[in-house]
Design a protein around this ligand. Structure first.
Ligand SMILES: N[C@@H](CCC[C@H](N)C(=O)O)C(=O)O
Length: 276
């Protein structure tokens, strides 16, 4: 079974490139993504043919669960399509479970920009279980600390928490508790966001189904969208992540555009023995 491996600011994905339909169950996905016993990755991208709406893509987290969307995954898949000569320099569509997005490859494949669609704040759309139409600045007590949650959907669920100083430790301590908090029936991605200025955010991330990651595209979009909504930032935001910088533009109607790097790592083939 063949895979191509790429990373986007240290968030790495395997693209399944075999011609046979993706044969792996949840346990096999967990093993393939394992960094010590498998090929190792933050997720698997499974191309799912082409419809008139665009190239269809399934996204799997390293715990085997499906994700509706992944920003870095979309940039990586775009780069893969470009490397294969299936797209050129013009914009094209990719369709995930959360609907279509528009993508474009720049700079000989090294940069990809994706129009990610609208950030949605409606509680029912995220979903977040509150009685109010939106969940912004919602106080939650955890481990003796009050965190103020902001729930938003980028096609997948996000929980954005603004803090004075963001750190990996915060993400690793509170991320798992918020990912599985009863407020989020489908679990949640979690971001700890420090506002550095009107155009700069520092973001540390705990990803649903993956844990602490160096970067996340949808998390960056979610953080920038909430920062704009709360008046902390302008529409053009540099998101500084542990793995590098993503540029996010949030329009006045909260349509979000993401641009950032992708790097090709190599090709790998999985031995059947790995799954025994
Ligand atoms: N790495 C991603 C997010 C992947 C999906 C996420 N873990 C989820 O379950 O929603 C990104 O770059 O957006």
């Amino acid at each position: 079974m063949r895979f191509h491996k790429y990373h986007a600011l240290g968030n790495d994905y395997l693209v399944y490139t075999d011609t046979t339909p993706f044969p792996f169950d949840e346990a096999a996905v967990v093993r393939i993504c394992d960094r010590h016993r498998g090929l190792g990755s933050d997720g698997i991208l499974v191309p799912d043919g082409q419809s008139e709406d665009g190239f269809r893509l399934r996204i799997l987290n390293p715990d085997g669960s499906p994700a509706e969307r992944s920003g870095n995954g979309l940039r990586i898949f775009s780069r893969y399509l470009w490397d294969q000569g299936l797209v050129g320099d013009a914009p094209f569509r990719i369709v995930t479970v959360a609907g279509p997005v528009l993508s474009q490859v720049f700079d000989q494949g090294r940069e990809v920009e994706v129009d990610m669609g609208h950030a949605e704040f409606a509680s029912t759309r995220i979903p977040v279980q509150v009685a109010t139409p939106e969940a912004l600045d919602l106080p939650v007590e955890l481990e003796g600390r009050t965190l103020r949650l902001n729930a938003v959907s980028m096609g997948n669920p996000h929980c954005v928490v603004f803090v004075e100083h963001s750190s990996a430790e915060l993400a690793k301590t509170f991320g798992p508790l918020l990912e599985r908090h009863s407020l989020f029936p489908n679990r949640s991605n979690v971001q700890f966001v420090e506002v550095l200025g009107r155009n700069d955010l520092r973001v540390e991330i705990w990803e649903r189904g993956a844990g602490y990651t160096l970067a996340s595209g949808t998390s960056s979009c979610a953080a920038a969208a909430v920062a704009k909504r709360k008046g902390y930032c302008n529409g053009d935001v540099n998101v500084h992540l542990a793995g590098g910088r993503l540029r996010i533009r949030v329009d006045d109607d909260f349509r979000v555009h993401m641009r950032g790097a992708v790097q090709r790592i190599g090709e790998m083939s999985l031995h059947a023995e790995c799954l025994l």
